[in-house]
Design a protein around this ligand. Structure first.
Ligand SMILES: [Zn+2]
Ligand SMILES: [Zn+2]
Length: 64
């Protein structure tokens, strides 16, 4: 489990739902972290696979 900038980000980036295998289908999953390019995205639950790339942590404000 990777540690992120703060406790909230660590929780959400590592969060894995037991019900929804696809993170885009889970209403509880809001942050997706792509380890390959160190990219953070905010999941838009519009029924598709939309994300908004974020450069700053929504909780602590750190540069990601
Ligand atoms: Zn943070
Ligand atoms: Zn879920």
């Amino acid at each position: 489990m990777k540690n992120h900038c703060c406790e909230d980000m660590t929780f959400h980036a590592n969060f894995k739902c037991e019900i929804h295998e696809n993170p885009f289908e889970c209403p509880d999953k809001i942050i997706i972290f792509y380890e390959q390019n160190n990219d953070y995205g905010l999941i838009i639950h519009d029924g598709g696979m939309s994300i908004i790339s974020i450069d700053f942590c929504p909780w602590c404000g750190s540069k990601l």
